[in-house]
Design a protein around this ligand. Structure first.
Ligand SMILES: Cc1ncc(COP(=O)(O)O)c(C=O)c1O
Length: 302
């Protein structure tokens, strides 16, 4: 894993808001296990190894960055991997699932109704009967090992000696990455998570639960912004796509519309509305996932 760099973003919006903005480029730490993925996976793989499980099984939708990374990690570190997919698997496979399969992941479709039961003991017993003993990672890598791994992200956050108002921003799906970062912070800092899902209010409780799972105190200095979901998970609008295009043209930093694009749009909206204190030092976390653009381009073209 490469050490993630902090990329300075200095433009008309940051200047008129009077803030400094840098982006933590987790998207660059590894060509296949980029973003928050390695942080969520490595302690899970270690646990699987220690328990002697040759197989790792996890869950996700057709665009799952988590399954993409798990498949790559399985190939790199010698695990058989099973991806339980929500809903039908359409042929030809989209680039995300095609990549996972190429890495050796066995794809197993379950109906959307059955998928809702994915944490029930009966459903997990059925999967174990079918695939043999395996280490099961919940959807999105949101378990104790995943959250603990994400605490390491906080050690890449560097602040100036004179920083007073520090703000970390990131995109939230399950809230596991956010909880890990909050748990790993060593200096006073606000954290804002942008829900990429419609109805993201549930993330408030989920982050609290994840903090409890890793026995971290709740510092109270965090907030879930539910405003910038753009219609829901993997939904988009022309404004969001135009923002992403413009941002990438100006900065050279790639974004995608499922996670990082929504987070940066929301952050820029907050800056433009004067909702962030002047003088703040902001670090936006680039949680990766860029490869999903190929799958979206194909499906949105249909
Ligand atoms: C690129 C990207 N960013 C952000 C997230 C959100 O992470 P979390 O589910 O831990 O909130 C995910 C999902 O894992 C993701 O794939």
């Amino acid at each position: 894993m490469a050490t993630p760099l902090l990329h300075v973003i200095d433009d008309v919006v940051t200047r008129s808001a009077g803030v400094s903005l840098r982006m933590l480029r987790l998207d660059q730490v590894h060509p296949l296990l980029s973003g928050n993925k390695w942080y969520k996976l490595h302690l899970n793989l270690q646990a699987a190894r220690e328990c002697g499980y040759p197989t790792v099984l996890s869950f996700g939708g057709a665009y799952s960055n988590h399954l993409y990374a798990l498949a790559a990690a399985g190939k790199l570190f010698g695990f058989r991997t099973i991806g339980v997919i929500r809903g039908e698997i359409l042929q030809p496979l989209n680039p995300t699932l095609a990549f996972a399969q190429e890495q050796g992941m066995e794809l197993h479709a379950v109906s959307r109704t059955d998928y809702r039961d994915k944490t029930s003991p009966e459903f997990l017993a059925e999967l174990t009967e079918r695939f043999g003993a395996c280490h099961v990672i919940p959807e999105g890598g949101g378990n104790e090992a995943g959250v603990l791994g994400c605490t390491e992200i906080a050690s890449s956050l560097e602040w100036s000696a004179e920083a007073k108002d520090r703000l970390v921003t990131l995109a939230c799906g399950t809230g596991a990455t956010m909880a890990g970062i909050i748990a790993g912070l060593t200096v006073p800092c606000q954290t804002t998570g942008f829900s990429v899902l419609k109805g993201g209010e549930f993330l408030q409780q989920q982050v609290l639960d994840f903090l409890r799972t890793v026995e971290a105190p709740d510092p109270g200095s965090w907030h879930i912004n539910t405003q910038w979901h753009f219609g829901g998970y993997a939904r988009s609008t022309p404004e969001l796509l135009a923002f992403i295009h413009d941002f990438t043209e100006r900065t050279g930093i790639p974004l995608e519309p499922v996670y990082t694009g929504k987070m940066m749009y929301g952050l820029y909206a907050m800056l433009a509305a004067g909702e962030i204190a002047r003088g703040s030092e902001i670090i936006a976390i680039h949680t990766g996932g860029i490869h999903v653009r190929a799958s979206l381009a194909r499906d949105w073209a249909d």
